[in-house]
Design a protein around this ligand. Structure first.
Ligand SMILES: [Zn+2]
Length: 126
């Protein structure tokens, strides 16, 4: 279980809720610049499932900014899912509670700092 107080969880959830429309707007602007047809409709987002498939579509697009935003948007969806199933704030690698300070800086963090550094070092080797 998470060691976060409910007020802390609420604060982190709110940070993500505020970040989401910013990301959507950035993605929308990026797609508009690229003149990608048909994405506006998808981006207006009526269902969560639609939003997630949209985000994965955007990651296929060869645009660094839109891609980074889409990855962050997907991270927000994933973090909300972890909040829903009670695994939010727990490192996915070592099961230790991620410190609140780290979550406040990075609300979608999946790993504690130590595991994240190991993960990034491994990824850099590949
Ligand atoms: Zn860890």
């Amino acid at each position: 279980m998470t060691s976060l107080a409910s007020s802390q969880r609420e604060h982190l959830a709110k940070m993500m809720d505020e970040r989401e429309p910013v990301l959507r707007e950035e993605i929308r602007a990026g797609l508009r610049r690229m003149r990608v047809e048909g994405y506006d409709e998808l981006l207006s987002g009526t269902s969560d499932a639609g939003d997630e498939s949209l985000a994965s579509l955007v990651t296929d697009i060869n645009n660094a900014d839109a891609k980074r935003d889409a990855v962050e948007l997907q991270d927000i969806f994933a973090a909300r899912a972890r909040m829903a199933d009670g695994t939010y704030g727990i490192c996915i690698d070592c099961d230790v509670a991620i410190p609140y300070e780290r979550l406040e800086a990075y609300p979608t963090a999946k790993r504690c700092l130590a595991c994240q550094q190991v993960h990034e070092a491994k990824r850099a080797q590949r």
